[in-house]
Design a protein around this ligand. Sequence first.
Ligand code: ADP
Length: 502
Amino acid sequence: MIKKILVANRGEIAIRVMRTCREMGIESAAVFSEADRSSMHVRFADEAYFIGEAPSNESYLVIDKIIAVAKRCKADAIHPGYGFLSENADFADRCEKEGIIFIGPSSFAINTMGDKITARKNMLKAGVPVVPGTSEPIKDIKEAVGLIMDIGLPVMVKASAGGGGKGMRLIKEENEIIAGVSAAKSEAKAAFGNDAVYIEKYINSPHHIEFQVLADKHGNCIHLFERECSVQRRHQKVVEETPSPIMTPEVRAEMGKYAVAAAKAVNYASAGTIEFIVDDDLNYYFLEMNTRLQVEHPITERVVGVDLVKEQINIANGKKLSLKQDELTQNGHAIEVRIYAEDPDNNFMPSPGLVKHITEPLGLGVRHDGYIYEGYNIPMYYDPLVSKLIVWAPTRNEAISRMKRALFAYKIVGIKTTIPFLSRIMDVPSFRKGKYNTHIIQDNQKYLEPKNTATQKIKDVVSITAFVDYINKIEAAKTNGKANAVASKWKMCGRTRNMNRL
Ligand code: ADP
């Protein structure tokens, strides 16, 4: 049985994993780079170990360093979170060789699903519908022209090793083929060290709908329904919701069966996600499998009523799934927004730096998975995600209203964030109607442009002034006229952190 877990990650996801560890009575150990000495995840853990300089290829991505810490602190298992080493088959293998449990699937499953061409071949074999296209790497441009004309324009050229939207090109016209294929190849080579690309038919009016799966080591596999992730910017998710507003019970049941078949085809054992691309008529095609916990996993947790990290740990411990497919239901509606340290009004420029003030939203149906605090300096080295705001309500309309209320209450001063942009998305008419596809952001610029900035700034100043005044009054009442009536900022900071630790 796992007694101590090394969390090989940072930021919000490291904290999220540690919370479940604490609930399960499992000790947690953190790792941190030079840039993360004052990161909240270090304080959350029972123990923390320094692993090197700020760049992730000198710290969070160095397998030897992570393994050495796991051995030194006698961790029985490693949770990789998402990103970093989470989909690195060599890392999963190495853990196994060193007698440390990797909380995730086998290296075979990671390898098979990590390479998109191999995954397509395996899905075809398992009878799962894939996007029409090629299932071998493109050998040369001449061949590409012929294949693309056979498939029919428009097409997507995609890197087999792709991820994060890199190495992907949409080709609409015949005269774009040569430049498009070459660009995808060189981008793939630069990003992944592998220039293999293949071709997929471009699905018009695409919707990104994914299914959460859970599988144990005894051959049991279930799905936990879908997440709608079509609100995207540059092929990256911005807002996620469940249930999908376009789903029908019949299609959900069919897609769920295919998701389970896809996971079973690679003997999957852990939490995983099968992504599909879906058109307006609900024709669906396998896109890829993510062999890890997803950023957007909390909306499934809320609607289905499970703790996915707990399930992962139980599976890693060799337990059988306690959940049964027939007993699972979707209860109400959940929405997640990703808050980035970026300036939405200046082409999403990164905005690292000092957090001067933060008021996190609270109240009925609100979950906040973050890691920044007042006085924290957001480093420039890592993903700019600062937090995820998740709301739940009985209906979709109520969930949207709740998200708007929570975003209004969420105040971060010192850095720019995407909060105002996310709030504007909630008001886009097609989002409100639940009738949108992956083009929603580019098609609705007029709703998404900044407005009333001055009014918003005034509102911010008023709310922060009121908050600071409130804290001062509390401190003054506590000290009750004693000589040291001025509260120490350090003391206040410590209290906030201790509260967060619970
Ligand atoms: P990555 O692994 O780089 O994230 P994916 O294959 O998951 O790439 O695709 C990311 C996004 O790109 C999808 O969610 C979708 O918006 C768009 N996309 C990918 N393939 C297609 C396609 N064949 N047709 C239309 N859109 C696509």
